[in-house]
Write a protein that binds this ligand. Structure first.
Ligand code: NAG
Ligand code: NAG
Length: 314
């Protein structure tokens, strides 16, 4: 195994398992109660949403995310269970500085997962009403602000890249395995127990091949405090993992600390879809007819139609 693993002890912050100020469970500060403690969770530009392809407005100014943008490995990658998700904190993450992609200069801060309970589906966004097994969020902050915590409460503070995850890959996804295997090996799957530095690698390795089609809208954090500070990019091409890997997420991550009297699996950690209200969802133009118009075959058919049309006129 070429992974160098260091286990560090995490400080236990004020939240303990028993009194989590918010969870995904109805009986324990669940999603319906978030707005009691976090007023922004009840406002008008919340995430996630159901993305309806046919309702999305084509925006020809949206550029194409190239894989090379994600090449530079961060200085370090720290994997941890924060009681709500499995998260990887990045030090000196890559920077995207291209106004056709994101409205500012954005730096990668962390990425994390949302996933299903066994036999269920747990992506946060829906696409045409359908939910996938899970979703990966890469969180970036606008470098015009000093740091992530300053940016997270600013309307132009954050950019999140969202990828659906399907659990139908016939073999293990080796790049996702690099993240989850050491977590389970070292049993850091309990809340607040430990965090693990894994050997840093390029985020490009686990992105889907095809980044050309994506959706864009203005929304919020999908967890309290639900700040409306996020420009969302949701890609249509999913990341694929194996059933074995999905099973590890579903059954081997816990909300509680080790040895707690109640053991609760951390899964189904998605927020229900929120109303779109007065917002538009935009999409890239790459899947419209204009590109294929330039293909020779289509060109030929177009010419024939034109000629037949002209023959009719004269
Ligand atoms: C920033 O926080 C305040 C207080 O919680 C809230 O009223 C405001 O809506 C937040 N800003 C954004 C962009 O969410
Ligand atoms: C990428 O995916 C879109 C939508 O699924 C498709 O229209 C396009 O042809 C794909 N591009 C490549 C290079 O595969």
């Amino acid at each position: 195994m070429n992974i160098f693993v260091v286990v560090t002890t995490l400080c236990v912050f004020s939240e303990t398992t028993v009194g989590q100020s918010w969870t995904y469970h109805e009986e324990n500060n669940g999603v319906d109660t978030w707005s009691t403690n976090y007023a922004t969770c009840a406002t008008q530009q919340q995430s996630p949403i159901d993305i309806v392809h046919d309702d999305a407005v084509v925006d020809t100014t949206l550029g194409e995310f190239k894989h090379a943008l994600f090449d530079a490995p961060p200085q370090s990658m720290l994997v941890k269970n924060n009681g709500h998700t499995l998260q990887v904190d990045l030090t000196n993450g890559y920077i995207i500085n291209d106004l056709s992609l994101l409205p500012g200069k954005f730096k990668a801060e962390q990425f994390h997962f949302h996933w299903a309970a066994p036999e269920s589906r747990g992506s946060e966004h829906l696409l045409n009403g359908g939910r996938d097994w899970g979703e990966l969020h890469i969180v970036h902050y606008n470098t015009k602000y000093e740091d992530f915590s300053t940016a997270m409460n600013m309307t132009d503070g954050l950019a999140v890249l969202g990828f659906f995850i399907k659990d139908d890959y016939p073999q293990d996804n080796a790049d996702i395995e690099r993240i989850i295997e050491p977590v389970f090996n070292d049993q850091a799957s309990y809340y607040s127990e430990s965090a693990i530095y894994i050997t840093s690698f390029s985020i490009e390795t686990f992105l889907p091949h095809n980044l050309t089609t994506y959706y864009r809208y203005q929304g919020s954090l999908t967890t309290p405090p639900c700040y409306e500070s996020v420009v969302w990019t949701v890609f249509s091409e999913p990341i694929r993992i194996s059933r074995r890997q999905a099973d590890m997420f579903e059954t081997m991550v816990f909300e509680n600390s080790r040895g707690a009297s109640d053991t609760t699996n951390l899964n189904d950690n998605y927020r229900p879809v929120q109303a779109l209200n007065r917002r538009n969802v935009y999409r890239t133009a790459h899947c419209s007819g204009t590109a294929s118009f330039l293909k020779p075959a289509t060109h030929f058919i177009f010419l024939c139609t034109l000629i037949i049309g002209l023959m009719r006129v004269y």
